[in-house]
Design a protein around this ligand. Structure first.
Ligand SMILES: *[C@@H]1O[C@H](CO)[C@@H](O)[C@H](O)[C@H]1NC(C)=O
Ligand SMILES: *[C@@H]1O[C@H](CO)[C@@H](O)[C@H](O)[C@H]1NC(C)=O
Ligand SMILES: *[C@@H]1O[C@H](CO)[C@@H](O)[C@H](O)[C@H]1NC(C)=O
Ligand SMILES: *[C@@H]1O[C@H](CO)[C@@H](O)[C@H](O)[C@H]1NC(C)=O
Ligand SMILES: *[C@@H]1O[C@H](CO)[C@@H](O)[C@H](O)[C@H]1NC(C)=O
Ligand SMILES: *[C@@H]1O[C@H](CO)[C@@H](O)[C@H](O)[C@H]1NC(C)=O
Ligand SMILES: *[C@@H]1O[C@H](CO)[C@@H](O)[C@H](O)[C@H]1NC(C)=O
Ligand SMILES: *[C@@H]1O[C@H](CO)[C@@H](O)[C@H](O)[C@H]1NC(C)=O
Ligand SMILES: *[C@@H]1O[C@H](CO)[C@@H](O)[C@H](O)[C@H]1NC(C)=O
Ligand SMILES: *[C@@H]1O[C@H](CO)[C@@H](O)[C@H](O)[C@H]1NC(C)=O
Ligand SMILES: *[C@@H]1O[C@H](CO)[C@@H](O)[C@H](O)[C@H]1NC(C)=O
Length: 868
């Protein structure tokens, strides 16, 4: 990570190179009034200081609960406004519905469910007085090491725009503002911070910016620009993006905010059209005031325009008429108890529907669905406890009473099923014993120092109940960890929050983490305590079984001593309850052995495996799971694997197992959904929204032949794949994959027939075919329409890029046994056009193009051509 100081220096360098032509424009009087007389008058009535306070982030007075807060101006009846993250439910309060992750929503390939997910989060946000739900994300998921796949939809621009537009409608129909995020590009690799994305304009327009346009057409109220620099210019001051494209071409009339701390300048940002500096107030506070009102070298009209855009959205959503947030965020947090029962019930039903329709069956040699009189063994930590989702806890916690572990859900679903279990790979472990700790003086234990300058000796790190440590103090422990043998150790710092739903003290504010421990050079950050406020026990993907929060990792240690330090701060005015656990290599082997023994004694072993986001090792499950699956499969060929991962993982054991079901992060109803899919109560009909590469080296971004596609060393990502990103790259380079984009099996079978293409009007087409459920179960299928490049394009359009294949239509079609339906996908002129930068226009490409219906990016069921 770069320091804020370096970031600022960097931004200044960028500005100086582009500044010359902007100086005169800085004094231009830009138009800002509209035909909204009420808002025109408000802008005029506001004082300079009041206007400034409306265009940047402020910490809550007293405490910080949700992601963002804008001050009220009581004098003019402008209430406070809150923003919350919300791709997987409303973040920041204890009792809000944990809908499945956005990646799960994508896996349903259902526009309807994207709408419903939006409506659930939108209605809860409104009840909790968050006026803006910071969702959906329509970023292109480019790099499988990146870590935020769970918060996005897919690797395809058309798909993201389609689902995103429905999410916007769902959220905004409930009276909450949505946010189209994060334009740039973003999530594209090396992107922790301000990666410079080197990418050409045709590709930006067609792949990375295009997904936002359908959301703007759907009326999205706010947008967010990303951390990325685009060819050296920060996205949040990029005129081609913010002004010419988003405002000019897409007609966006809402408010543009920066991602948290992604603003890097004052004048260039507000001139390009950034209305809100969020997550910081470095540029839109005093510096903005100074340039407009003291130096007088920046026109006030830019500020008026930003304030007008912001207040116009307040007005559109009734916030100026008393529909805003309360000043008192404590009241808001406590009020989260009070979501009406019907809202809670609606959320449950929607979460279940999304979860059950998002399961992707990746392999099945007939073991699934499970017979109802079998004996099964549930193996793996996420089988025994339902996962909360990814560790970067921008998501809802979900109602605790709904969070049934898969093992219990299986028992509840079928009484005749014989269900046993073993942990296999234990995440929580046992207390690190005194004999494994040593102080510099050679005593068994650790030295504890605290912020009151006291020093103690502790024989173990274990404080709870009566033995907990005093409140409002920071503690550090130092000493050595003695590893009895070479091997992987799971180390886990665990902490209890006595009143998880309670109010938060702003002095405890920390976005990313609080506690940490380090072993030798490796540091493991603790919990994401206050991401959007009170993310407490649920900041862990898997809290301990006694519901403590946990920050853990797997490290390889050689036998002998290793430096250890642990730091923790008591918070919320509560005593500190904390302990340090481990799982030794010996215990790990014993756990696997026990699981293998269980597996041999049952008809079907079901291994639940998961990965962190980002994964500890890119594209890999958590340490131990590959070995567990391998050994269980050797003991019992009927092995079924259930996967909880977001960024793709490799599956070195795939040939040995009988079935694989991907469940992603399925939310609070995930246990029931998993059981119903395994038992065939529901047909698995999800499809992969991202390609699974066959290996790291054959992946698009981590391929040693293209070291600069993600160049973490230089914080640069060169998009040399051009328009052929993601599944298109694997096709265009004939690179084999583990599973293609759009892939997913079913318990039933489908037949595709009677393909027909007609030109409806000038250069607009309808592609239709008949889809029939020919199998023995009701189920859904996701037919996909792809278009090839025009013939002779290289001669006719030199220098223009055309994708080898582009998704142009899809639908999730439900068919009962034996039923058939005619499906029609329209192709618009825009889908047959390319972006021409010279005159900034979309040009219809002439020529013959292949069009085909597939069940994934690499299959062709029906095929034809169109002539333009
Ligand atoms: C934007 O607005 C202009 C003028 O009203 C109109 O001509 C154009 O078609 C609009 N573009 C989009 C993408 O809606
Ligand atoms: C924004 O775009 C318009 C054209 O749509 C142009 O006239 C104007 O100069 C641009 N503003 C800035 C600050 O570049
Ligand atoms: C206005 O002047 C200040 C002080 O010299 C400078 O930092 C700032 O960049 C100038 N702003 C514009 C828009 O020229
Ligand atoms: C905020 O609300 C809580 C709960 O209703 C109340 O106890 C507290 O006094 C309020 N604080 C302020 C500053 O109004
Ligand atoms: C939400 O805001 C409204 C209007 O300001 C207020 O009446 C209500 O109490 C607030 N609800 C919560 C949960 O803060
Ligand atoms: C959350 O809801 C449960 C009931 O589902 C209730 O028992 C609990 O008190 C609520 N907690 C908070 C912090 O609102
Ligand atoms: C702990 O405190 C003692 C006594 O003040 C001091 O000698 C020692 O360096 C401190 N250790 C750490 C790690 O701060
Ligand atoms: C917040 O924390 C500070 C420092 O620990 C403490 O002095 C203050 O009393 C706390 N405030 C509340 C409301 O708990
Ligand atoms: C452990 O700490 C000691 C004293 O600070 C230091 O000299 C040594 O290099 C450290 N060892 C490792 C492996 O980090
Ligand atoms: C991947 O590529 C790197 C760099 O060329 C090479 O060192 C490594 O052995 C390759 N890994 C595999 C599994 O082939
Ligand atoms: C980073 O930049 C340096 C200097 O330009 C270059 O030598 C190095 O190869 C780059 N790293 C990668 C991974 O391309």
């Amino acid at each position: 990570m770069r320091s804020p100081f370096l970031l600022a220096a960097c931004a200044l360098a960028d500005i100086s190179t582009t500044w010359a032509q902007d100086v005169s424009e800085a004094l231009l009087e830009v138009p800002w009034k509209t035909n909204n007389a009420k808002v025109n008058h408000l802008v005029i009535a506001l004082t300079p200081a009041e206007k400034i306070s409306l265009v940047h982030h402020t910490l809550w007075p007293g405490s910080q609960n949700l992601a963002g807060y804008i001050k009220p101006i009581q004098r003019l009846g402008i209430p406070a406004l809150q923003m919350t993250d919300g791709e997987a439910g409303v973040n920041g309060v204890l009792n809000a519905t944990a809908i499945p992750s956005q990646l799960n929503i994508a896996a349903t390939f259902s526009r309807e469910l994207a709408y419903i997910a939006g409506a659930v989060a939108g209605s809860e946000a409104r009840l909790l007085n968050a006026s803006i739900l910071l969702a959906p994300r329509v970023n292109i998921l480019r790099d499988p090491f990146e870590g935020s796949f769970w918060q996005g939809y897919s690797e395809d621009p058309y798909f993201n725009g389609q689902l995103g537009a429905q999410a916007v409608r769902g959220i905004q129909d409930q009276g909450t503002m949505a946010n189209s995020k994060q334009t740039g590009p973003s999530s594209t690799g090396a992107s922790a911070g301000d990666t410079n994305s080197k990418v050409d304009l045709q590709v930006l327009h067609e792949v990375y910016w295009a997904p936002h346009q359908p959301l703007i057409d759907a009326g999205v109220a706010t947008m967010m620009c990303s951390y990325a620099q685009i060819n050296g210019v920060p996205a949040c001051q990029h005129d081609e993006l913010l002004n010419l494209t988003i405002r000019g071409d897409y007609n966006f009339t809402g408010a543009m905010m920066s991602d948290w701390t992604a603003a890097h300048s004052t004048a260039p940002s507000i001139m390009a059209g950034l209305d809100w500096e969020m997550g910081s107030d470095a540029y839109y506070s005093e510096p903005l005031y100074d340039q407009i009102y003291v130096q007088r070298n920046l026109s006030e009209s830019y500020l008026n325009r930003a304030v007008h855009r912001i207040l116009s959205m307040y007005d559109r959503f009734g916030i100026l008429d008393g529909n805003g947030a309360e000043e008192n965020s404590t009241a808001l947090l406590l009020a989260s108890k009070d979501l009406p029962q019907e809202t809670v019930k609606t959320g449950q039903d929607a979460s279940y529907d999304i979860a059950v329709r998002s399961g992707v069956l990746l392999k099945n040699e007939g073991t699934l669905p499970l017979g109802k009189h079998l004996s099964v063994a549930v193996l793996g930590a996420t089988g025994l406890q339902l996962t909360n989702g990814a560790g970067f806890a921008e998501r809802a916690f979900g109602f605790q009473n709904r969070k049934v572990a898969p093992v219990d859900a299986l028992k509840q679903a079928f009484k005749d099923l014989k269900v046993s279990s073993a942990v296999g790979v234990d995440m929580h472990g046992t207390l690190v014993p005194r004999s494994a700790l040593r102080t510099v003086d050679g005593k068994h234990g650790l030295i504890r120092n605290d912020s009151m300058e006291r020093t103690h000796f502790d024989s173990t790190l274990n404080f709870q109940g009566k033995n907990s440590l005093p409140a409002d103090v920071s503690y550090t422990w130092t000493g050595e960890l003695i590893a009895p043998m070479d091997g992987y150790y799971r180390l886990a710092l665990q902490r209890r929050f006595p009143s998880p739903g309670g109010p938060i003290n702003s002095t405890d504010y920390s976005v990313f983490s609080h506690d940490y421990f380090s072993v030798d050079e490796k540091t493991v950050d603790g919990y994401r305590i206050l991401g959007d406020g009170g993310t407490r026990p649920w900041s862990s993907p898997l809290p301990t079984t006694d519901f403590w929060d946990e920050a853990g990792t797997d490290v390889y240690l050689t036998a002998g001593t290793h430096n250890l330090s642990v730091a923790a701060t008591s918070m919320f005015g509560e005593p500190l309850e904390i302990r340090f656990h481990w799982v030794t290599p010996e215990q790990r082997q014993k756990n696997i052995k026990d699981a293998v023994k269980r597996a041999s004694a049952v008809d079907v072993p079901i291994v639940f495996a998961h990965a962190d986001s980002p994964a500890q090792v890119g594209m890999q499950l958590i340490e131990g799971f590959d070995e567990l699956i391998q050994r269980v499969a050797e003991a019992n060929p009927k092995t079924v694997v259930v996967l909880h991962n977001a960024d793709p993982v490799l599956m070195p054991w795939l040939d040995k197992v009988s079935a694989v079901l991907w469940m992603g992060h399925p939310g609070q109803e995930g246990g029931a959904a998993i059981a119903d899919l395994l038992l065939g109560e529901h047909n698995p009909q999800g499809k992969l929204p991202v390609t699974y590469p066959a290996s790291v080296n054959s992946s698009m971004t981590r391929n040693p032949d293209y070291p600069n596609r993600v160049d973490g060393q230089n914080d640069t990502a060169v998009f040399s794949e051009g328009i052929n990103t993601s599944y298109r790259w694997y096709l265009s380079t004939n690179t084999s994959v583990l599973f293609p984009f759009g892939f997913g099996l079913s318990y039933t079978t489908f037949d595709y027939s009677d393909f027909n293409v007609i030109e409806t009007t000038d250069s607009t087409f309808d592609v239709s075919f008949t889809l029939k459920n020919t199998g023995s179960a009701p189920g859904g299928e996701v037919p996909q329409l792809y278009i090839g490049p025009p013939s002779g394009a290289a001669q006719k359009y030199p220098g223009v890029q055309f994708a080898v294949s582009s998704l142009a239509g899809f639908d999730s079609v439900e068919l009962s046994r034996g039923a058939a339906r005619r499906v029609t996908f329209p192709i618009s002129k825009r889908q047959l056009s390319f972006w021409r930068q010279v005159d900034r226009s979309w040009v219809l490409a002439e020529g013959t193009r292949e069009v085909w219906i597939g069940t994934n990016a690499q299959s062709v069921m029906l095929k034809g051509t169109i002539e333009i």
